[in-house]
Design a protein around this ligand. Structure first.
Ligand SMILES: NC(=O)c1ccc[n+]([C@@H]2O[C@H](COP(=O)([O-])OP(=O)(O)OC[C@H]3O[C@@H](n4cnc5c(N)ncnc54)[C@H](OP(=O)(O)O)[C@@H]3O)[C@@H](O)[C@H]2O)c1
Length: 252
């Protein structure tokens, strides 16, 4: 892996997980104030998925960084469609990160927080019934009561973060912070990420550029209504392995 961290020398060898964890550490303030980071992968021509999944456009180093970012987070926020299409499972505890998590006052693994208005989710799967840390379900106050009950019966914790059926993205971030979760990671999908962008609550984007072309009409990594004025981000670091580029961008 080659690193071109801004202001740093080039390093050309595979990075250990500890080095990756250091390279992607949350800002120190994130222990007290909320910090929302997104991790997304895109092809050269802007596709955020292939055949409904991101795995075909990912690679080994992308998966190492994906796992590292999860290991640094308090909560992984994800849209319900990604959960349905990618068959999301709970986040695993990883021995390599156990000491660092304990030192940071974090539990064994990040909780998953699923954002859904319909609550049309299969609550019988391990994501809800047997996670290490109870899965959170973020929804609106007008969500169907029978679906809320189904979520709670599975063991999930339902968090209301909107007045109607939907979730207000800024309120979702505040609600998680109110539960003590300040190191937030969102893994999309594009419809959810677009709302965090539009609400201007995204602090950081970890973007993998995959050396692939897919043409077609796949979603970009961020969708929904466009923002009036483009939000400017600055490059913090850029890593490379096997032709994949791993950029870390922070809100200017
Ligand atoms: N390239 C990448 O890095 C990456 C990352 C993640 C996913 N993906 C791909 O993206 C695709 C899925 O993404 P997507 O954009 O279609 O869907 P998504 O953002 O994962 O999920 C959309 C769903 O989330 C819920 N949701 C979103 N905003 C909400 C709000 N404000 N209030 C309440 N619920 C809300 C709704 O669920 P309900 O319908 O249940 O109400 C909505 O249908 C998959 O193909 C996946 O492979 C790619």
């Amino acid at each position: 892996m080659t690193a071109a961290a801004v202001g740093a020398d080039l390093v050309d060898r595979e990075w250990s997980l500890a080095e990756l964890a250091l390279a992607y550490s949350y800002p120190e303030s994130a222990g007290r104030e909320v910090w929302l980071r997104a991790n997304m992968v895109s092809t050269l021509d802007g596709a955020g998925q292939h055949d409904g999944r991101s795995q075909p456009i990912s690679g080994a180093a992308d998966m190492r960084i994906f796992g590292t970012l999860r290991a640094l987070a308090d909560v992984v926020l994800v849209g319900a469609e990604t959960v349905r299409q990618e068959g999301y499972r709970p986040v695993r505890a990883r021995a390599e990160f156990a000491a660092a998590r304990a030192a940071a006052g974090q539990g064994q693994a990040a909780a998953v927080a699923v954002v859904s208005a319909s609550l049309d989710l299969d609550f019988s799967v391990p994501l809800f019934t047997s996670p290490l840390v109870p899965t959170l379900v973020l929804t609106g106050a007008a969500a169907a009561p029978d679906r809320v009950a189904a979520a709670e019966q599975s063991g999930a914790r339902v968090v209301i973060a909107g007045d109607g059926k939907g979730v207000d993205p800024a309120r979702a971030v505040r609600a998680l912070a109110g539960l003590g979760h300040t190191r937030l990671l969102t893994e999309g999908g594009p419809r959810l990420l677009g709302q965090f962008v539009a609400a201007d609550v995204l602090d950081e984007l970890c973007l993998t550029i995959s050396p692939m072309l897919t043409a077609g009409d796949a979603q970009r990594i961020s969708g929904g209504p466009r923002v009036a004025v483009p939000h400017r981000f600055e490059l913090v670091s850029l890593l490379e392995e096997a032709g994949f580029l791993f950029g870390r961008y922070r809100r200017s």
